[in-house]
Design a protein around this ligand. Sequence first.
Ligand code: 0PR
Length: 409
Amino acid sequence: KPLTDILQNIEGFIGYSENNFPKLHKGKSRSLILTELEDRLKIDLDYSSGKVLGAMTTPPHDFARYIYSKFIDRNLGDRGLNPGTAAIEKEVIEMLGNLLGDPYVDGNITSGGTEANIIAMLLAKQNNLDIKEPSIVIPDSAHYSFDKAAILMGLKVKRAKLLSNYHLDFDHYESLIDDNTIALVGILGTSALGLIDPIEKIGKLAGKYNKYFHVDAAFGGLVVPFMEELGYDFPPYNLKVPEICSYTVDPHKMGMSVNPSGSLLVKDSNVNSFKFEIPYLAGGAFPSYNILGTRPGASAISFWGLMQFMGKQGFVENVRHSLENTYYLKDQIEEIPELKIATEPTMNVLGIQMSSKANMSLDRFNSLLRQKGWALGVFKQWNLLRVVLMPHIKKSHLAEFLKDVKAIF
Ligand code: 0PR
């Protein structure tokens, strides 16, 4: 299909031919372009409306935005040319390591959880080059980035079942491990429900079978440590679990930082580290774990600045606000006979399902919500709608949402 046909079908598309670049001999004025952009981008959902209820992203903190635009020219792909930025990146990894139990951890800022998880699987593969038909064992709740990694590297994916409460069926997980397994994956904050896998127990399996162990804490890595500060108890989940080889944590989710910002922390004492190196760069060769070549230094710099600005207390307050909203919404949903919660929430993610009293499908319920502008995540395989109580969600948004929900039944 030609690109023009595809664009014509996008809602809000106005006249590609008018802007057709080859025909546009003379540039337009900034103000004309900005006016057009503001107008065309109006159809994108606005976080401040509270309608973005099902995404793991939130508007970046103002200070992070400011820093990002100020240092937007820094390229971590050539760290020799940007030694200041490289040092800041190293400090961000150290600070994340400190928060997660190991300040001596190695690692890099990535474009997000997907890049970090793909690199982790690549590290596992490089550590098991003798295995000819490599497979990975992941919980059925794992993010699609592991499937992407598997496609790229020709890995077989073995998905461990979930129990009826959507937690991992640990016995099934163990039964999938065999000689071809190159990596075990555990999740701190699943995409659908924010649940936590038994990280310490999977670690023990990794030790017993001598396997590479990766933890995907893209979401939970910047939630759970702050929940601990609020007095919540968790079984061991962080880098102190000795068998962990690598750990994904995303500043652009609950870290309130700019897109794109992820990170991969690597315990190089557990890994035969495989870093990419480009020898001819003007600034010299600085091997890193990244797949991206040119990569935004401003991502590292913004999160460094944001951590300094907010302090631990700032993140703790954000998490407290998100949890209060989670429990408020849970209580309210439980009062509506046609709905139920999928499972007890562990962090600020809530799954909503239809109860046996509802005479409506989940699909229909969701499309009625969409008509009213509410954007929730849909996980068809588990018959649930996901609400992520990100920092931009206010109680008043939830009250509006509940009013619309009640009007449906
Ligand atoms: N690991 C976990 C546990 C995730 O939930 C995600 C993404 C990733 C890894 C991958 O992270 P990146 O998207 O940074 O590569 N989870 C979000 C989700 O599934 C991604 C997202 C965010 C999707 C905002 C839509 C959206 O509007 O919800």
